[in-house]
Design a protein around this ligand. Structure first.
Ligand SMILES: [Zn+2]
Length: 318
């Protein structure tokens, strides 16, 4: 199967920075390496910039994002098989060559420290998706695990406006539900949930309710099905069949053209059986092909995400 698979979320840059294992070919302990991307038929990988607030690394700082972007250039893009995608025009080049495309995203705006200059700088460096929060609160808004479930601050609202002006797509995975609905009032643009599943199949704060799923579909947004076992089912060993139930449910809600993949590889310590690194995406696609046929697999693995990029990436000024 050559679907030129598109994966909308992984944390390999975070892993590279914090483990110091920066070579993109070796390091078999990682989920995402160049050989594994090839083995899995991945044609385009979105790379999250994520800074975990911790006692070891201190509070999230912009310099930590810059270090990940430096690794992106020095360790990934030095391989001629990889291509940076920033603009709509880059997609045409990507389609003609058989390179693995890469796009930067930001997971949580904490490290921007409320400064929109930092946001614009990331945009100039190629960041095209912005996840508003990780699990906790930050200067813009609250995440899914923040008990007060607060909405947007004034600066958070300015951030939304600035993303809209620049052509950055907002990512609602990790955003609390109340803020999700507030966001839909604040912007008309399509949104994505890059790595979330369906809460009616398995109730977890990181999953989307049916109303949220329908709202994303109505906006012509996208939902990246994620391989995080603890969002899929409460079992010792979570299987691909368990994950497919989430896809079934979103299809039932009318989302067959809105589904895409958002693995969360290198951001998870436990795995779904048989879906344990980037080389194993085909195992999911084979299961889906048996049930839904080839056209559906092509949609979820490639076309739905590709169309979204084509419609929503900003154009380079000619
Ligand atoms: Zn995440």
């Amino acid at each position: 199967m050559n679907s030129r698979l598109i994966d909308f979320h992984c944390d390999v840059l975070y892993k590279m920075l914090y483990t110091g294992e920066v070579d993109f070919v070796q390091h078999d302990t990682r989920d995402v390496t160049l050989p594994k991307l090839r083995e899995g038929g991945v044609g385009l990988q979105v790379l999250a910039l994520f800074v975990e607030p911790s006692l070891v690394t201190g509070p999230p700082r912009f310099s930590q994002l810059v270090r990940m972007i430096d690794l992106y250039h020095e360790e990934m893009l030095k391989h001629p098989e990889l291509q940076a995608i920033r603009w709509k025009q880059d997609l045409e080049e990507w389609q003609q060559a058989s390179k693995i495309g890469t796009i930067l995203s930001l997971e949580g705006v904490d490290a921007l420290e409320g400064d929109l200059v930092y946001l614009r700088t990331l945009y100039h460096l190629g960041v095209r998706f912005v996840g508003l929060t990780w699990n906790h609160s930050n200067w813009a808004v609250d995440g899914t695990l923040e008990p007060r479930q607060g909405g947007f601050t004034e600066t958070g609202k300015q951030l939304i406006e600035e993303c809209e002006r620049l052509g950055i797509t907002l990512d609602v995975s990790h955003l609390n539900e109340k803020a999700f609905w507030e966001l839909l009032e604040l912007t008309d643009r399509p949104i994505i949930a890059s790595h979330s599943n369906a809460a009616s199949v398995f109730k977890h704060p990181r999953n989307l309710t049916d109303d949220q799923i329908k709202a994303i579909i109505d906006r012509n947004g996208r939902i990246g099905i994620t391989y995080v076992p603890y969002f899929v089912a409460d079992k010792e060993e979570v299987t691909i069949e368990d994950l497919v139930k989430h896809i079934d449910h979103i299809v039932e809600l009318g989302g067959s053209k809105n589904l895409m993949l958002g693995s969360d590889f290198d951001g998870i310590d436990k795995k779904i059986k048989g879906l344990e690194h980037a080389g194993q995406h085909p195992a999911l696609l084979e299961a889906l092909e048996k049930q839904y046929g080839q056209a559906f697999v092509q949609d979820i693995a490639h076309t739905n995400a590709y169309r979204f990029l084509k419609e929503n990436l900003p154009s380079r000024a000619e």
